[in-house]
Ligand binder design. Structure first.
Ligand SMILES: [Zn+2]
Length: 270
């Protein structure tokens, strides 16, 4: 529970209110107070690459508002989205497993703000922050699930179903009623041509599940959108909840997740 006393403590450490990022928000107060002086608020400028693949990871960045697309390079000129990071995650979290270079590019799909910490500061502070380490491992685990499911989805489901799943996931990740997204960016991220996005948007809008307002999408009927979405959205929600509830060891969980994900992909390509 966030108390007035806790807010006062954080204000002294440079923050007047609890963080919006869910990994930080659920930390014990003592860990958050230790971490707060090391965090720096940064803007997320829309339609910019936030972290380039192949370059050193200099910060771990906890998203507070906005949405990041994780992009894997398909060829010299194209990259395809393999994951989304919103206020439930952090860019660069893989450093806690010893990585020092980004495997994927991170593109700001929806602008906002974030709190970042330098990798060296995090490395020094982490031994005294066991719950933060656990939260980052938890997020990496969910990212593995998400990437594998996205691969299975793109091989087996219609674009309309994929788009409905994407809109629901984007809504969950950034918790915004209006999603400022463009069809051009969506087409590039999802690896399809723009007319394909345009046709799917028209069909979904006609069914009354969302409204297109200038360059924003407003979800009107999340339950209706979920009925259109492929099973991947529900699979990801179930797996996210299962990981939260699970008391199994982390290694066992990650191994089990990878086996399930490979099984999904095998089913999809048959
Ligand atoms: Zn799917």
């Amino acid at each position: 529970m966030w108390t007035e006393q806790r807010e006062t403590g954080l204000a002294k450490a440079g923050r007047a209110s609890p963080p919006l990022n869910l990994l930080l928000r659920h930390l014990p107060f003592e860990e958050l107070e230790r971490l707060s002086p090391l965090l720096q608020k940064v803007p997320l400028t829309p339609r910019r690459v936030f972290q380039h693949a192949g370059l050193p990871i200099e910060h771990v960045t906890f998203i507070e508002e906005g949405l990041i697309s994780v992009l894997a390079k398909a060829d010299e000129s194209n990259a395809v989205e393999v994951g989304l990071i919103g206020r439930d995650g952090a860019v660069g979290s893989i450093v806690v497993l010893g990585a020092d270079t980004a495997a994927f590019s991170h593109f700001v799909q929806i602008g906002g703000s974030a709190l970042r910490i330098g990798v060296e500061d995090l490395s020094r502070a982490l031994p005294a922050l066991p719950r933060l380490r656990e939260a980052l491992h938890f997020f990496i685990h969910l990212s593995l699930i998400q990437s594998a499911q996205v691969a299975a989805c793109s091989l087996s489901h219609s674009f309309e179903q994929r788009l409905a799943s994407w809109l629901l996931m984007a809504h969950d990740h950034c918790d915004m009623a209006h999603l400022p997204i463009t069809q051009d960016l969506l087409a590039r991220s999802l690896g399809v041509r723009r007319p394909t996005v345009s046709d799917a948007f028209k069909q979904l809008a006609q069914r009354g599940v969302f409204a297109k307002e200038r360059s924003r999408v407003r979800i009107l009927d999340p339950a209706g959108l979920e009925r259109i979405a492929c099973r991947c959205y529900r699979v990801m929600c179930r797996q996210r909840d299962a990981v939260k509830r699970s008391k199994m060891g982390r290694t066992t969980l990650i191994a089990l997740t990878l086996v399930l994900a490979l099984f999904e992909i095998e089913l999809a390509v048959q």
